[in-house]
Design a protein around this ligand. Structure first.
Ligand code: AHR
Length: 533
């Protein structure tokens, strides 16, 4: 079916599709995949993580301590390690966030009993009577141990807000100097790790326009070079400069422009951090309780990631013609009103529903489609905070629906992006600002690794399935297998009582006349794996 015919079949388009959604039924979509035109590699680091000393993320989401009854590996919750391994978590960003610009790495080394108790940026936001301080029991060695157990690369955020270039350089030396080379390497060995940590990724500050120093671009840039020009180069560092607050109404394009202007002819950073929160922090937006209109609003707002990526990339290209600097979306996720859904002290812990799983999938498809621009991305935050993959509390632990989005998208890691043309109707929705907007009835991305073609798709409709016909140009499909994550209730979530309420299932897909036929259920995330020759 050609596009016009397809559109005709859904007449009237847009509003018609919405009406159909309300009635229930199936929309139709035509897809074409072109594996012969495989392009940029989708970095595995796009599927990365962010953990901060905030609420219940580190204590006791991740760190339970060696004497805990909760199964642990050297104090780290074992199930967290196991589940992160299962999705091949490629990296972990730590220790913040806002916490990073008040963190002094020396507080977190040496015997636990001698580590100081220090102020945590977030502690004054804890509810009255639950005032807690930072114990520093989870420090650099514990973090590196976690990374090694998971098989993830460490990504450290340096303290630029209250630290010095010297402190930053010492941290790098402590982490990366070869055994026995320097006194700091000896100190590392005395603290239990003879071999260097080989940390490559370094963030030079965090949100320096906000909690990381309230700086203007022309104030940040000289500091960036002061922090980085004498950097100890044991490992070739991958330096990430502080970038925009992408979720601002104007996308904060001015930050990127002014930053590159101030850099002048100096060497640009390897990465530019972009933060993009699907920001619903107003009282009327709850994580677990919402209306159909709010379902669409959140998903629509999530699609704004794409213009943010494209606009900043274009802006950077005006100064950095060869695009030496790539984007690092090191905080992203759907953030609802400030609550603590899990337990009062786990601030910013919010219920993860089917909506968040679909939001994560839409985001990953966008990242994949811009594989040439994005070096890394990190969900905020992996456990017990904002758009989490897990809830861990005492001995209880669950995976949220978003965890399964990571699982379904795992085959894209290090695959080559493949053109995917989708002809599908559009859903008319209400945007966050009350204006009308549209959402594709089917969106997705495709990648190729050897003879395995992965196609991931999202259907955001609350009522309509989408009957999809997928043609693979220039190759023959030998086998197709599908999996899907969906739930009858848009608020479907896993709980400690019902941990497997939302889990992936097999998605039937057939091969007919060389094309794949598959019906993508409403409110779902689907992954198809095609073996092609
Ligand atoms: O992820 C929570 C906070 O959001 C981070 O600490 C900060 O960088 C951002 O504003």
């Amino acid at each position: 079916m050609r596009r016009r015919e397809l559109l005709k079949s859904c007449v009237p388009l847009g509003l018609g599709a919405v009406l159909a959604a309300q009635r229930g039924g199936a929309a139709e979509a035509e897809l074409e995949v072109r594996p012969k035109e495989a392009g940029a590699t989708i970095s595995k680091h796009v599927y990365g993580h962010f953990i901060e000393h905030l609420g219940g993320v580190i204590y006791d989401g991740i760190w339970v301590g060696q004497n805990s009854k909760i199964p642990n590996v050297a104090g780290i919750r074992k199930q967290f390690i196991d589940d992160m391994k299962r999705i091949a978590a490629p990296n972990l960003r730590w220790p913040g966030g806002c916490f990073a610009d008040g963190y002094h790495w020396r507080d977190g080394i040496g015997p636990l009993s001698r580590r100081p108790r220090t102020y945590n940026y977030w502690q004054n936001q804890m509810p009255a009577g639950t005032y807690t301080v930072e114990s520093n029991h989870f420090g650099t060695h514990e973090f590196i141990r976690l990374c090694r157990e998971v098989g993830a690369e460490p990504y450290l955020a340096a303290n630029m807000g209250s630290g010095s270039p010297q402190e930053f350089h010492d941290w790098i030396t402590y982490c990366n100097a070869p055994a026995g080379a320097l006194s700091l390497a000896d100190e590392r060995a005395a603290n239990g790790d003879k071999d260097p940590f080989r940390v490559r990724y370094w963030g030079v500050g965090n949100e320096s326009w906000g909690c990381g120093g309230t700086m203007l671009p022309h104030e940040y840039v000289p500091l960036y070079y002061k922090f980085t020009s004498q950097i100890p180069a044991y490992e070739r560092p991958y330096l990430v400069a502080v970038g925009p607050r992408g979720h601002s109404a104007d996308m904060d394009l001015g930050w990127t422009t002014a930053l590159f202007q101030a850099m002048g002819r100096r060497r640009p950073p390897d990465g530019l951090s972009v933060h993009f929160y699907t920001d619903f922090r107003r009282p009327e937006y709850r994580a677990g309780e919402f209306t159909p209109e709010q379902w669409y609003m959140v998903l629509h707002e999530g699609t704004r990631t794409e213009p943010v990526i494209v606009s900043h990339w274009e802006e950077m290209g005006k100064f950095d013609k060869t695009h030496r600097t790539r984007l690092v979306v090191d905080e992203w996720g759907a953030w609802y009103r400030q609550v603590a859904d899990l337990t009062p002290t786990y601030i910013l812990s919010q219920v993860g529903t089917m909506r968040d799983a679909v939001h994560a999938a839409i985001t990953f498809d966008i990242f994949n489609r811009h594989a040439d621009k994005i070096a890394m991305a990190n969900i905020a935050q992996t456990i017990n905070c904002i758009h989490s993959l897990f809830w861990g509390f005492e001995d209880k632990f669950i995976r949220t629906p978003t965890y399964y989005t990571f699982e379904l998208y795992r085959p894209h890691m290090e695959g080559r992006l493949v053109p995917l043309v989708i002809q599908a109707p559009e859903l008319k929705v209400t945007r966050k600002n009350g204006e009308a907007g549209v959402l594709a009835a089917l969106a997705g991305s495709a990648s190729l690794a050897e003879n395995r073609l992965t196609i991931t798709l999202t259907n955001p409709s609350l009522a309509n399935a989408v009957a999809a016909r997928i043609r693979v140009t220039g190759a023959q499909v030998q086998e197709v297998r599908g999996r899907v994550l969906t739930h009858a209730d848009m608020r479907g979530a896993n709980t400690f009582e019902k941990p497997n309420e939302v889990v992936p299932a097999t998605l039937p897909a057939t091969l007919a006349q060389g094309a794949v036929q598959v019906t993508i259920p409403s409110k779902s995330v689907a992954a198809l794996e095609l073996r092609i020759v």
